[in-house]
Design a protein around this ligand. Structure first.
Ligand code: SF4
Ligand code: SF4
Length: 185
């Protein structure tokens, strides 16, 4: 390589570098044309029926409909659900099954939906919240009944017995025995 070819190759190198930087610079200021996550999180359209994770359905008072029957646990094909329950005595003397812990392992769920289908009280559903990424597998194990169960309401007090009405006392003049009138001679 002579001295002229040497300088020509340096010039070509710079020329190619500037060309590349020109393309990069243009893309920096060009508006994005593809979906960009997470910038578009607020407007992201996730289908309603997308199964992301199982969750309890809570009402406005913080109650849920799970009766701890264990149907979902028995029907789950891969032991993703594990329920612990206990029998409690109710104030009226009856017994009732209460839920202690409802554990769901998102890491082993196949999202088949069997658990939701067999629930007799519609206590569970699938949320479409797709952002479920965590750093450790342990965090995929979730307790779904995160609100403590409420105490059973005390039985309503028996209605007070009505006081038995006493018969009215006879009037004073009624009690007076009329003296037999003396016979006039
Ligand atoms: S969706 Fe299927 S695998 Fe997942 S918890 Fe329910 S029954 Fe089990
Ligand atoms: S979620 Fe439904 S099926 Fe599962 S234990 Fe509760 S009531 Fe039974």
């Amino acid at each position: 390589m002579n001295i002229k070819e040497y300088f020509v190759s340096i010039f070509k190198g710079f020329h190619s570098l500037i060309k590349g930087m020109e393309v990069t610079g243009k893309e920096l200021v060009t508006p994005k044309v593809t979906e960009q996550y997470p910038e578009n999180r607020a407007t992201l359209d996730i289908p309603e029926r997308f199964r992301a994770t199982l969750e309890f359905i809570y009402d406005e008072n913080g109650g849920h409909k799970c009766i701890a029957c264990g149907s979902c646990e028995r029907n789950c094909p891969n032991q993703t659900i594990s329920i612990s329950k206990r029998m409690v005595d109710l104030p009226d003397g009856k017994k009732k099954m209460k839920l202690d812990k409802y554990m769901y392992d998102l890491g082993s769920c196949t999202f088949c939906g069997l658990c939701v289908q067999v629930c007799p009280t519609n206590a569970i559903r699938f949320s479409n919240d797709f952002e479920q990424a965590v750093f450790t597998r342990e965090k995929l194990l979730k307790q779904l009944n995160y609100l403590p169960e409420k105490d059973e309401p005390a039985p309503a007090p028996a209605p007070a017995a009505k006081p038995v009405a006493k018969p009215a006392a006879p009037a004073a003049d009624e009690t007076q025995v009329e003296e037999p009138k003396e016979k006039k001679e």
